[in-house]
Design a protein around this ligand. Structure first.
Ligand SMILES: [Zn+2]
Length: 453
C-alpha cells in the first residue's frame, strides 16, 4: 500500500479563511525527502503566536489513531482560533499514519516510545521530533489528548465505570514539579475539572483528576509523552474524553473547554470563530474545506461523491494534493487515491493519467446570458440557467456529464442543468459539474459549474 503526497503548506490557507493574522508555521519534518515523495504521513506543527508574549501551551493530538476527539479538537484549534496574547502551539496529527486507518498504533503504541525508541522504528522520527518541540524553551506546559476507555471512578462499579478506566479524566503523573512555572499540576487539574463540570451533556460525563503516581506505581506510563515531559521539568497533562461517548462533537467540545481553561490559567488570550456548544462544534466539524490538486483542480469536500472517476492526474504520479483541513490526507491504494479528513474517508479518486503539460491562466464563461466572466483554474462559478464556455484557440473543453453526438469540443454551447447527467456531478446533490480543458493530450485544468436555484 503506497501513500500519495500530502500537502504541507495547508495552514496558511486555513487561517486566512478564519481571519487570523497570527504567525503560523508548519513544521515539515526533517525527513523532507520521504515526505515529499509521500511515503509516510508526518505530523504538522501550527504555531499560533499572539502579539504579546505571556506563556506557551503545546497541545498534542493524535498519538493514538483511534481516538478522534483527540485529533479533531486540535484540528479546530489550529484553524478556528486566533491567539491575541501568549502562544498556542498545536500538533493535531502526531500519529498521522494510524489516524487515517483508525488504528491505535500501526507500529505499536506510540505513547510507550518516549523513554526509548529503536532507530529502525517507523515512529522514530515523529517521536524524537515531538520530544524536541516539547523541550523547546518557549513551551511552558504540554497537553496530550486522548479518548480513553469508559468513565473513571474511584470505586469499581462495572467494566465501564471503574478505577482502571481512563475516560473523562485529566491525568497527571505526580502532584507537583517544584520551582517550575505551572508546576502545581494537581491544583491546575482540579481547577480545570471543576470548571468543566458546569457544561456536561450528561450527568455521568463528569471529569476527575487521575494521578497515576507514575514514578512509583506505573512502570508502563514511564514510557509516555507526559512522563518524558515532566522528567524534563515541563508540566504535562494527559486529557481523556471517553470512547464510550458516541458523539464526536461532545468529545471535541469537552477537549476544547478544558484547553480554553488551561489558556485562561496561563494568561493566553484568544478569539474563536464559532460558538462552543454541541451545535457550534458540529457545524465546524462538518467543514472539511477543499482539496486542491496540482493548482488546477479544486474539489469542495463537503458533499463530494464517494467515488470520482477519470480524475486527470499526472502519469508519473508527481501530483500535489493540498488540503485546507489539518487532517486532510491522500493515500494511494492500488490504482485509486483515497481522500481522508482524519479517520473519515471522504472519497476515492480514480485517476486518468495525462502526460505533457498545458498552462491556461484563465477562461471566459458567459453565465445566464451575461457576457464573459474570467475564471482561473480551480475556481467555481454559480449559474442559475445555463452557461457558455467561450472558445479558446487550440483548447478543447469537456463538460463531464454533457455530451452531444459528434462534438468533441464543448465550447460555444449553451449548457443547462437539464442537459447534464446527474450521476456525473461532483457532489451527491447533483449540482456541481466539472468543466475540463485540454490541449491535444495535455490536461490544462478544470473549473467547477455550480447550479443554484
Ligand atoms: Zn490514547
Amino acid at each position: 500500500m503506497g501513500i500519495a503526497r500530502l500537502a504541507l503548506c495547508i495552514c496558511v490557507v486555513a487561517c486566512a479563511a478564519c481571519g487570523a493574522d497570527n504567525t503560523v508555521q508548519v513544521w515539515q519534518g526533517q525527513e523532507i525527502d520521504k515526505h515529499e515523495t509521500g511515503e509516510f504521513l508526518r505530523f504538522n506543527l501550527y504555531k499560533l503566536n499572539g502579539a504579546e508574549k505571556t506563556s506557551t501551551l503545546l497541545v498534542i493530538g493524535g498519538v493514538h489513531g483511534d481516538e478522534p476527539g483527540g485529533y479533531f479538537a486540535p484540528a479546530l484549534l489550529a484553524t478556528h482560533y486566533k491567539i491575541t496574547k501568549g502562544a498556542l502551539w498545536v500538533v493535531p496529527n502526531l500519529n498521522f499514519e494510524s489516524i487515517v486507518l483508525t488504528r491505535r498504533g500501526l507500529y505499536g503504541d506510540m505513547n510507550r516510545k518516549f523513554a526509548s525508541v529503536r532507530a529502525d522504528d517507523p515512529d522514530y522520527l515523529s517521536v524524537n521530533t515531538v520530544k524536541e518541540i516539547a523541550l523547546d524553551p518557549e513551551v511552558d506546559l504540554v497537553m496530550n489528548l486522548h479518548d480513553g476507555h469508559g468513565f473513571y471512578r474511584e470505586r469499581w462499579e462495572n467494566t465501564i465505570f471503574n478505577p482502571k478506566a481512563w475516560g473523562q479524566t485529566l491525568v497527571i503523573d505526580q502532584k507537583k514539579l517544584s520551582d517550575v512555572k505551572f508546576g502545581n499540576m494537581d491544583e491546575i487539574a482540579k481547577r480545570v475539572v471543576d470548571k468543566l463540570s458546569v457544561h456536561m451533556a450528561s450527568d455521568h460525563h463528569y471529569f476527575r483528576v487521575k494521578n497515576t503516581e507514575t514514578r512509583y506505581k506505573d512502570e508502563e506510563m514511564q514510557r509516555s509523552l507526559t512522563y518524558f515531559a515532566i522528567t524534563n521539568l515541563k508540566p504535562a497533562f494527559g486529557q481523556e474524553t471517553s470512547k464510550n461517548i458516541d458523539a464526536l462533537a461532545i468529545k471535541v467540545e469537552y477537549h476544547l473547554r478544558s484547553i480554553e481553561e488551561f489558556m485562561h490559567i496561563m494568561g493566553i488570550e484568544f478569539e474563536r470563530d464559532f460558538e462552543l456548544s454541541y451545535e457550534g462544534v458540529q457545524q465546524v466539524l462538518n467543514d472539511y474545506g477543499t482539496l486542491k490538486i496540482n493548482d488546477r483542480i479544486n474539489f469542495s469536500l463537503l458533499d463530494l461523491r464517494s467515488i470520482l472517476r477519470f480524475v486527470p492526474l499526472h502519469a508519473d504520479g508527481s501530483d500535489r494534493f493540498i488540503f485546507d483541513h489539518p487532517l486532510g490526507a491522500v493515500k494511494k491504494i492500488g490504482d485509486r487515491y483515497d481522500v481522508f479528513i482524519g479517520n473519515k474517508r471522504i472519497s476515492a479518486l480514480y485517476p486518468q493519467a495525462f502526460d505533457g503539460d498545458c498552462t491556461l491562466p484563465q477562461v471566459s464563461v458567459s453565465i445566464d446570458d451575461q457576457n464573459g466572466s474570467l475564471f482561473s483554474m480551480g475556481e467555481t462559478f454559480n449559474v442559475k440557467k445555463h452557461f457558455v464556455i467561450e472558445p479558446i484557440d487550440g483548447i478543447r473543453a469537456n463538460v463531464i456529464g454533457f455530451s452531444v453526438d459528434g462534438v468533441e469540443n464543448e465550447t460555444g454551447m449553451a449548457i443547462a442543468k437539464s442537459r447534464l447527467i446527474p450521476r456525473f456531478s461532483e457532489n451527491v446533490r447533483g449540482s456541481i459539474y466539472r468543466v475540463e480543458f485540454y490541449k491535444d493530450n495535455s490536461f490544462c485544468g478544470m473549473i467547477n459549474a455550480s447550479f443554484t436555484k
